[in-house]
Write a protein that binds this ligand. Structure first.
Ligand SMILES: Cc1cc2nc3c(=O)[nH]c(=O)nc-3n(C[C@H](O)[C@H](O)[C@H](O)COP(=O)(O)OP(=O)(O)OC[C@H]3O[C@@H](n4cnc5c(N)ncnc54)[C@H](O)[C@@H]3O)c2cc1C
Length: 468
């Protein structure tokens, strides 16, 4: 049975992640009637999954991991009300001149400029709380990062986290917030702008996937399926695509927009990340307490296209990354409490592509060129030096790359042959389909993306409201 409510909304927002929530909040504030459709489930502080495996299977597309065509990168794509803000590490950074200069040069968009973006960052930051981990709560993993950087005379800085009160003195651990923060400290969308948007009249329908977008006589109709296979169809004057890089590409490709805009699906980037583990004689217990204290802040790293971060993952994630088989694997895993971890995050230069097959399923093609592999090697060499200088007996490199920052596929640009979204956040040549999320990134910035997604979404909402 297909449900078709009579109501025509001003805006349908497809995706309840970071961009969708920020835009919805500003549109609702201006009095627009908005409907948000999200494929994933809605959780509360009390109902987030409590085990790593449940977290993976309930908060992500495809049960946790998606693989590219050559199985060399595992992609993590959030599927939950709040999107990436529920599962991410909440590290927030502004882009530097290097990132914006490179975006401006590939896209022709003059507003990609640190000075012009500064007011939008200010507005985004005013919606969330940002803190650093206080020194007394840094765990042993963080201490190793700190000591290693000092030994090697490398610059590092405290990580800026979107959090309000982690109550670390009560023994709370950063690891928990990767499955949804149960203490309500992480500044996820349901704790911040989505909450206010709902108070301002936003209608949210979760477990409702947008399958196709039909544009007729300047009106939008979206065809959806719910989690039980039921169908629904909704109507609006405008639609904001906020399904993330892969989600937006899929919706547009399944709706046939590639005939006019051949670049849809091209220019996919993911900052391939590599976890490496230093094995120490003493117990490190990286998973306990606050391990997300530091980031690299070394100009040489930026020039060489990588950064290092002080992060960790649950045992189910580490178990996938640890190499070896049989007894050797068991021996490595037995050392888990002795592991410290540093992650190399590379700024990838080789674009990938998202396609859909005849059934509308996503196909990911993402390779790494020589340059991208060099970036990984340079990063891992420094990680080895950090571990060795701090007394590690062994260094284990994770078996494959992880793609967490999924970006591009609907790049913003001035040329409709090589981009998808125009500088006013509209699909080229179409005045009522918009996007401002990670899909509009013209290339990989090499910096955590979420704060810039928030800033771009604030800018997009203002631009959309001006054009009404
Ligand atoms: C484990 C992990 C750690 C990370 N850590 C950090 C970090 O520390 N700092 C940082 O800056 N970034 C981090 N990121 C990346 C960051 O979370 C993302 O870049 C960001 O969430 C992207 O925002 P978005 O609005 O583009 O999409 P998302 O936040 O991913 O939201 C998209 C939403 O749209 C929904 N959707 C997709 N298609 C459809 C459809 N057809 N119909 C309905 N709904 C749909 C999805 O289910 C999803 O909920 C991390 C990501 C992961 C997975």
């Amino acid at each position: 049975m297909t449900i078709t409510p009579n109501r025509t909304y001003d805006f349908i927002i497809a995706g309840a992640g970071i961009s969708g929530s920020f835009i919805a909040n500003d549109l609702c504030q201006a009095g627009a009637k908005c409907l948000m459709l999200e494929a994933g489930k809605s959780f509360t502080r009390k109902t987030y999954p409590t085990s790593g495996l449940d977290g993976n299977s309930q908060l992500y597309w495809s049960g946790g991991l998606e693989l590219g065509h050559d199985c060399k990168i595992a992609f993590l794509r959030p599927k939950v009300v709040g999107g990436g803000s529920i599962v991410n590490q909440a590290l927030v950074d502004r882009f530097d001149d290097e990132a914006f200069d490179s975006w401006r040069s590939v896209s022709g968009v003059n507003d990609f400029n640190s000075e012009k973006m500064a007011p939008w960052y200010d507005k985004a930051e005013s919606e969330i709380e940002i803190q650093e981990i206080p020194a007394q709560f840094r765990n042993k993993n963080a201490e190793i990062f700190d000591k290693g950087f000092k030994h090697l005379n490398l610059e590092h800085a405290p990580l800026r986290r979107a959090q309000s009160n982690c109550r670390l003195e009560e023994g709370n651990c950063c690891i928990e917030c990767l499955n949804g923060c149960r203490v309500g400290s992480k500044q996820s969308m349901p704790e911040t702008v989505l909450k206010t948007a709902l108070k301002k009249g936003l209608t949210l329908v979760s477990e409702m996937e947008v399958v196709q977008i039909i544009r007729k006589n300047d009106r939008i109709q979206v065809q959806c399926t719910d989690s039980k296979g039921g169908q629904a169809s909704y109507h609006s004057k405008n639609i904001v695509l906020a399904g993330g890089a892969v989600g937006n590409a899929r919706m547009l490709l399944n709706s046939g927009f590639q005939k006019k805009l051949p670049h849809i699906g091209h220019g996919f980037f993911c900052h391939p990340q590599f976890m490496s583990f230093g094995v120490y004689d003493e117990v490190i217990n990286s998973h306990l307490g606050a391990f997300q204290a530091f980031k690299a802040d070394d100009k040489g790293f930026r020039k060489n296209g990588f950064k290092l971060e002080n992060v960790y993952a649950g045992p189910e994630g580490i178990a996938l990354l640890v190499p070896g088989f049989g007894k050797k694997y068991q021996q490595n895993m037995e050392k888990l409490p002795h592991f410290a971890c540093i992650e190399v995050c590379t700024r990838d230069t080789q674009p990938g592509q998202i396609k859909v097959n005849r059934k509308g399923k996503v196909l990911i093609r993402k390779e790494r060129n020589q340059e991208d592999m060099e970036r990984q090697k340079k990063g891992q060499k420094i990680v080895e030096q950090i571990f060795k200088s701090t007394g590690a007996k062994q260094v284990i490199h994770g078996r494959f790359a992880i793609g967490l920052h999924l970006m591009g596929c609907c790049a913003m640009g001035t040329n409709s042959a090589t981009s998808v979204i125009d500088p006013e956040f509209r699909l080229h040549g179409i005045n009522n389909i918009f996007a401002a999320d990670s899909s509009i990134f013209p290339n990989a910035p090499g910096i955590n993306p979420s704060l810039t997604i928030m800033a771009l979404s604030k800018k997009a909402a203002a631009s959309i409201l001006r054009s009404r």
